[in-house]
Design a protein around this ligand. Structure first.
Ligand code: ZN
Length: 394
């Protein structure tokens, strides 16, 4: 597009052409860059694992040449061939976004840049994380949303806001989804319904750095009175406990919600660790050779545990609170808190942990109780009471 200085007519034509190009370009750019392409709407799902990458998506920074430039300072459209005065005139005629007031609370669905203006070349004031509350003020016809941010007006790309609070995703072993149930600031409880349908007999270290190993996960015992697998009973109780805790204001991560998983005891502990659980609850049913033995007991590490002895006192108090309230609610015999350093899932824990033996499945009578739905409600109530007491510091 070389300008011939001699021909005014030709300059005029070029200017008209440029104006048309500018208008077309701006029309195309009213939406924040990359608003509609399917590839980009998929990225929020990957956000928690790739915060840096997705962080750049809302503003469409992966294609810097297409940044929205409503104020018409864009120099890539051939505007550089225009005289300065013409350029100013052109930019004044460019359409500005129209904002419709819509004052409400919405949620960020990803890591999302907060900007001073409705363009990716404006100052970045900060960022929202997934699930963070956003005070929306108005919605622009350019895809941007005007918000209140730290007492001032700011803008975010509207496509990454949602009226429904997104479920918070959490650390999970590869190929697994782990969901935090419940919201707010309640304590986070990680529930590990012990075992799974099929054992995994591969070995793993009994503690961090240990040379001694143990099976990754066993299948558990079978009820002497019901024939029900331990893995099934603890899953039923775990799911009920999840719901009761969420109702009580806790946040809950379930290590598993199905029988068909393959999760080692170390992996289970890591779910608690990496999500910074306030308590890690491992649910089990007990078994022994004698069918008359009954009662419940929590197991924790000893004071001399080589891996996490510092958690002994908190775990002991957790164990005391849970066993007392549990036995109070159910009438099951209290066998007291046991201590051992032979459990991988305890040794690997970096948060207060109990392995809770809720009763003896080798005792037919107790086994039938543990598998009775209404009795399970009492078990759950007792555990919730115990946690309430633990977190209240009593
Ligand atoms: Zn067990």
């Amino acid at each position: 597009m070389k300008r011939s200085a001699g021909s005014l007519k030709r300059i005029g034509c070029i200017l008209v052409l440029l104006a048309l190009i500018l208008c077309a370009a701006c029309g195309r750019r009213e939406a924040p860059a990359g608003t509609q392409t399917p590839a980009q709407t998929q990225t929020p799902a990957q956000e928690p694992e790739q915060p840096q990458e997705a962080d750049t998506k809302p503003g469409g920074q992966e294609t810097p040449g297409e940044n929205a430039q409503p104020d018409g300072t864009d120099t890539e459209t051939g505007a550089d061939t225009q005289p300065e005065t013409e350029r100013v005139t052109e930019s004044e005629t460019l359409p500005q976004a129209v904002y419709t007031p819509d004052d409400k609370t919405v949620y960020s669905t990803t890591t999302l840049n907060v900007r001073a203006g409705d363009s990716t070349d404006t100052e970045k004031l900060g960022k929202f994380t997934r699930g963070q509350k956003v005070h929306q003020l108005a919605v622009g016809d350019n895809g941007w949303v005007r918000i209140e941010y730290n007492g001032q007006t700011a803008y975010v790309a509207g496509q990454y806001l949602s009226e429904t609070e997104p479920e918070t995703e959490a650390y999970a072993p590869a190929g697994r989804d782990v969901v935090i149930h419940g919201s707010g600031n309640g304590q986070l409880i990680v529930i590990d319904p012990g075992h799974q349908r099929h054992a995994n007999k591969e070995q793993e270290p009994i503690g961090p750095g240990a040379s001694e190993t143990k099976k990754k996960v066993t299948a558990g015992t079978t009820g002497a009175g019901t024939g029900i697998e331990e893995s099934e009973m603890v899953l039923q109780v775990g799911l009920k406990l999840r719901d009761a805790l969420v109702s009580a204001g806790y946040r809950v991560i379930m290590v598993r919600e199905s029988q068909d998983v393959d999760l080692s005891n170390v992996e289970r502990a890591k779910i608690a660790n990496d999500n910074h659980a306030d308590a890690f609850l491992r649910l089990h049913g007990n078994a022994t050779d004698s069918s008359s033995v009954r009662g419940a007991n929590p197991i924790i590490m000893t004071k001399k545990n080589p891996y996490n002895a510092s958690l002994h006192d908190a775990s002991y108090r957790l164990a005391q609170c849970v066993i007392e309230e549990y036995c109070d609610a159910t009438g099951i015999k209290n066998r007291g808190v046991k201590e051992a350093d032979t459990y991988s899932g305890i040794n690997w824990s970096e948060v207060p942990v109990i392995l809770f033996e809720m009763g003896f499945m080798s005792n037919p009578e107790e086994d039938r109780l543990l598998n009775d739905p209404s009795f399970q409600d009492r078990m759950v109530k007792g555990i919730v009471n115990g946690l309430n007491r633990y977190f209240a510091g009593n």
